[in-house]
Design a protein around this ligand. Structure first.
Ligand code: SAM
Ligand code: SF4
Length: 462
């Protein structure tokens, strides 16, 4: 009999990917995803520990879920298995077990392939099953094939963990050491996705461009080589990768941006700060000028490359002059889109112990100034598309009837009135208006289907 599974996901795309794979692992046990936790047979909170208030959010969510669990038992509808997964579980597993003993399973990002055993244990005994090990075996060797197509645009995890130890970041502690999946395993998974209807693959990793894997030919490949191999898969029209570290931006990967048409002209390349003093204190292992030079090389290879980044303001000891250097870097580089955060002291990380923690109001003011600049750049970037025609991969229906949503090569969201038959296809769209976070357009007359090998007319289906 089918059992109801509700997963709530916080945080990065890797967490979104992990949640989908948890559903794959649980499918043979009869669990099917549902959209609401009420009455569910299993609820998993897949958590993120990157910024503060993460655990408070989890505990308040658990308070609500406890009531649903009690109601389900009271009405004789069986037991709700309640689980906390992800990076908060990894970092604070024992505290969760102590503070919320009604939670049945607590497990980190590296052990969810053992969910069937954990479920069996949790069903047999009272109390929580805690599994926050870093097993020697890779979970990827044990995960089943994806049970269902992820759709037109799919995530494919190629790399996990981090050895870089930026002084502000919990990832090396919650996700563990850097690990690359073997090339053949990735290519096989990509082929399966494409056979299931995927047209765009987003290669995922905490440091995706640190990926190094053994290719089927026995040699060691870097990410540039992997991208070239994936580009040979018939039917795979778009390739993206995220998140990259500037230190790992190898020449071959930069060349791939010039040479592989399926590799989209968009790159998320976090720099965090523009001051060399702050970058050194962050243990980033690159200077602001190193980053500028990498951007210059990328733009020489791919002039229309749209850049995205991550920024932290208010790192301990950051002065007005340091912050001004961040604004200068943003002005020099010019971002199509970016994420910016106030520094948040994470327990167990070196920066959390540093003197010179900044007051909240200083962080607030700097964040507002940075976001004003980044938003203006994003708005100008989007505005520059008005009147142009861009190929859009329609991957979902819009909120309004008759509307489809998709992505431009530069990862802008584009909506247009279009026939549902265009879902899953790349269609030329004329941009009519630019909004801060999206573009509005209309399917170009005499619709064209674009592909890596050029554009070919197809039947008009609007
Ligand atoms: N590996 C990527 C890199 O090197 O840039 C980023 C991974 S991290 C999951 C995503 C982003 O969260 C970081 O780029 C950083 O901007 C932000 N972040 C991480 N720790 C933070 C902290 N303690 N306070 C504020 N932002 C943080
Ligand atoms: Fe965190 Fe730095 Fe590793 Fe990125 S490179 S995951 S910011 S430690």
């Amino acid at each position: 009999m089918s059992k109801k599974l509700f997963i709530k996901t916080w945080g990065c795309q890797m967490n979104v990917y992990d949640s989908a794979r948890m559903a794959d692992v649980l499918a043979p046990l009869g669990y099917r995803p549902v959209d609401e936790p009420d009455g569910a047979d299993m609820v998993i909170l897949n958590t993120c520990h990157i910024r503060e208030k993460a655990s408070e959010k989890v505990f308040s969510e658990l308070g609500r879920l406890r009531q649903l669990k009690d109601v389900k038992a009271e009405v004789g509808d069986g037991r709700m298995i309640l689980a906390v997964a992800g990076c908060v579980a990894q970092a604070e597993g024992e505290e969760i077990v102590a503070r919320a003993p009604f939670v049945d399973m607590v497990f980190g990002p590296q052990t969810y392939h053992t969910l069937p055993e954990m479920v069996a244990k949790a069903s047999r005994k009272a109390g929580s099953v805690l599994n926050t090990d870093f097993p020697v075996e890779s979970k990827f060797d044990f995960l089943p094939d994806e049970s269902a197509s992820q759709g037109v645009s799919a995530f494919l995890a190629v790399q996990e963990g981090c050895d870089k130890f930026c002084t502000f970041c919990v990832v090396p502690y919650t996700r563990g050491a850097e690990f690359s999946r073997p090339g053949a395993q990735i290519v096989a998974e990509a082929r399966r996705l494409v056979a299931g209807g995927t047209r765009e693959i987003n290669l995922l990793g905490q440091n995706v461009n640190a990926w190094h894997g053994e290719g089927p030919d026995g040699t060691t490949w870097g990410l540039g080589r992997l991208v070239r191999e994936l580009a040979d898969i018939d039917g795979l029209e778009r390739i993206r990768y995220t998140t990259s570290h500037p230190r790992d931006m190898e020449d071959d990967l930069i060349r791939a941006h010039a040479e592989v048409p399926q590799l989209m002209p968009y790159l998320h390349l976090p720099v965090q700060a523009g001051s060399d003093r702050v970058l050194a204190a962050m243990n980033r292992k690159h200077t602001a000028d190193d980053y500028r030079r990498i951007v210059d090389r990328l733009r020489a290879a791919k002039p229309d490359l749209a850049l995205s980044g991550d920024f932290i303001v208010g790192f301990p000891g950051e002065s007005d002059a340091d912050f001004a250097a961040t604004l200068r870097l943003v002005t020099d580089v010019g971002y199509a889109q970016a994420y910016s955060f106030k520094y948040s002291a994470r327990p167990g990380t070196p920066a959390a112990l540093e003197h010179g923690q900044l007051p909240e109001d200083v962080k607030d003011a700097r964040l507002a100034a940075l976001q004003q600049l980044l938003n203006a750049q994003q708005q100008a970037f989007n505005q520059s598309f008005v009147g142009r025609t861009v190929p859009v991969l329609f991957d979902r229906v819009g909120k309004r009837a008759g509307q489809l949503l998709g992505k431009s090569p530069y990862l802008q969201s584009v909506h247009a009135d279009a026939n549902e038959r265009l879902l899953g296809r790349i269609v030329e769209v004329r941009v009519d208006a630019a909004h801060p976070n999206s573009l509005a357009g209309s399917v170009a007359t005499g619709e064209y289907r674009s592909s890596a090998t050029g554009t070919q007319p197809v039947e008009a289906t609007v």
